[in-house]
Design a protein around this ligand. Structure first.
Ligand SMILES: Cc1cc2nc3c(=O)[nH]c(=O)nc-3n(C[C@H](O)[C@H](O)[C@H](O)COP(=O)(O)OP(=O)(O)OC[C@H]3O[C@@H](n4cnc5c(N)ncnc54)[C@H](O)[C@@H]3O)c2cc1C
Length: 508
């Protein structure tokens, strides 16, 4: 039987759990032989007394694994980009026994890790292999949060999580309300998924940047790589991510239909993690739960949404740049989430009205302008400022009780000069509101760094119900194409597009 709303203290015994199951099932004589967690969330309303609220399968056998149906497609599918979308598309096609070639412009995660560490230490950027580009995609050097707002009636979410668990992630990601992996574990998992693709007959190539999509009579007939190699195919999955700006321009010039779309930009704020855990859990340390996450959101008088995004408990602010002379930041945590600071992007909604001109890629130019200002503000180091100084438009001179936990060099600068004034005003209106939601959030020595410019893609590549763009055989997919926001929803879209190809391509 499935029993919902089973509530137990976070620190509980087996006897406590069985009592709670009998209470929730209203069956006081129930014989509990086996328990499987289906869903688990934390109830902190009576903090510091914290509870798990769970949905359990009691005395239920494990569900039988779903067999992948056969497909009658022929020929090779080329997948561009080894981020979550590309990896899951290639894995799904390979496991259906069909030919698939996955092309990634960056390096394998092993080599990539060295390049990224070198970049953090020296500031020397490899524009083809960095925090955005390379095996595993943008999310590899991240907190590996797997929660998604995408409503999923098809079970794709559960398939993505169970695939990550089968590749080495802790099984709790399959049932926790806020599942996460951590960058240290994510790298190993990406390697496992690569091996699963290869063991299923797929091919994965690195340092294989696609420079052109070759088209004949409005249909794909191949791709051309940066080294001049031409690979023939009638099917290309475009899983290129939100930072492949050169590829976006190639696609626009090819006549691929796309449109500018809203996203969000802003800053990242850092606070002592203990302060956040104390506020969220009512106690500074709850080793069973680790560092507490938070979520804050507000609407300005002018109607703009300001909200926390990609919160990293016990994490680091990272220099996530991919273009020389431009700087953007993001956040990451290790699986232990044991860093001294909590950080989150605090971002403001922006729309095509904010972008220069009406080109479908005007959002890219909006990002580029912000990132150039951020780069110039501190000669390529991450610009940082104390909240009290940001509020008064002055450069900080010394830190207070919060010191940066960052991957990449940093320096003092006035963040006001990087963001457009309406965004500064929106942030200055919202942060005091967040201070009323979380005690100490607007403390004078909280840290602000910039610029968080790549929260999602500024463009959507249009696709029809079969998943194809206005060029036959071209399948826009994942975050870059505007159909996902985050690791899990990108991976879900990878499976979705792969199944369009495998099972609906030949259905006219
Ligand atoms: C530092 C950081 C932390 C993040 N933290 C989280 C998190 O905790 N949780 C979460 O859900 N999301 C997080 N995100 C966002 C998440 O990483 C993305 O939403 C997700 O990776 C999108 O997946 P994707 O496969 O669509 O694209 P991407 O992951 O961006 O992958 C695209 C791939 O395509 C390759 N590529 C691009 N152009 C070409 C070309 N022309 N030829 C060949 N290859 C090409 C790129 O090199 C890249 O590897 C984070 C992002 C960053 C940068």
């Amino acid at each position: 039987m499935i029993v919902s709303d089973v509530k137990v203290p976070v620190r509980h015994s087996e006897a406590d759990l069985i009592r709670a199951i009998k209470k929730a099932s209203k069956k006081k004589d129930l014989k509990v032989r086996s328990v499987r967690i289906l869903k688990r969330s934390i109830d902190a309303r009576k903090k510091p007394d914290l509870f798990y609220v769970m949905k359990l399968a009691v005395n239920e056998p494990e569900p039988a694994p779903v067999k992948q149906p056969a497909s009658d497609i022929t020929g090779r599918t080329v997948v561009i980009g080894a981020g979550p979308a590309g990896l899951f598309a290639a894995l799904t096609i390979a496991r259906a026994g069909k030919e698939v070639l996955l092309l990634e412009r960056g390096k394998s995660v092993e080599e990539r890790s060295a390049d990224v560490e070198r970049f953090f230490e020296t500031g020397v950027l490899d524009p083809e292999d960095n925090v955005q580009f390379g095996e595993g995609g943008a999310g590899t050097f991240s907190d590996g949060k797997l929660n998604t707002l995408t409503v999923d009636k098809s079970g794709l979410n559960a398939r993505v999580l169970s695939t990550f668990a089968a590749a080495g992630a802790d099984e709790s990601i399959c049932y926790d309300a806020r599942p996460h992996i951590g960058t240290d574990k994510l790298k190993e998992i990406v390697i496992r998924i690569r091996k699963d693709i290869e063991e299923a007959g797929g091919t994965v190539r690195f340092n294989a940047k696609v420079l052109e999509i070759l088209v004949k009579e409005s249909a794909v007939c191949g791709v051309k790589l940066a080294d001049g190699e031409v690979i023939e195919t009638e099917r290309v999955v475009l899983a290129i991510g939100h930072s492949a700006r050169d590829t976006f321009y190639m696609l626009r010039d090819l006549g691929v239909t796309m449109e500018a779309k809203p996203f969000a930009v802003g800053v990242r704020m850092e606070h002592p993690q203990k302060m956040i855990t104390m506020d969220q859990y009512g106690t500074p340390d709850y080793e069973e739960l680790g560092a507490a996450p938070y979520k804050v959101t507000a609407k300005t008088a002018g109607g703009r949404g300001v909200y926390s995004f990609c919160m990293c408990p016990g994490g680091y602010v990272v220099n996530a740049s991919s273009e020389p002379g431009r700087l953007c930041i993001n956040g990451m945590s290790y699986s232990g989430r044991d860093g001294r600071n909590a950080n989150a992007a605090i971002v403001v909604q922006v729309t095509p009205e904010d972008y220069p001109g009406d080109d479908p890629l005007s959002g890219v130019e909006f990002q580029r302008a912000l990132e150039k200002k951020a780069y110039d503000a501190c000669m390529g180091r991450i610009p940082v400022q104390l909240y009290k100084d940001y509020d008064r438009n002055r450069v900080s001179t010394e830190f207070g009780g919060v010191t940066p936990a960052m991957k990449g060099a940093y320096g003092f600068a006035d963040v006001n000069r990087i963001l457009p004034e309406p965004l500064n005003e929106a942030l200055k209106e919202a942060i005091p509101k967040f201070g009323r939601m979380i005690k100490g959030y607007d403390r004078p020595d909280a840290l602000i760094s910039a610029v968080e410019a790549r929260t999602s893609s500024p463009v959507r590549i249009l696709r029809d119900d079969s998943g194809q763009a206005n060029i036959k055989g071209l399948y826009p997919c994942g975050e870059g194409a505007g159909y996902a926001g985050g690791i899990t929803s990108a991976a879900m879209d990878g499976i979705r597009i792969a199944e369009h190809i495998l099972y609906r391509e030949n259905v006219e």
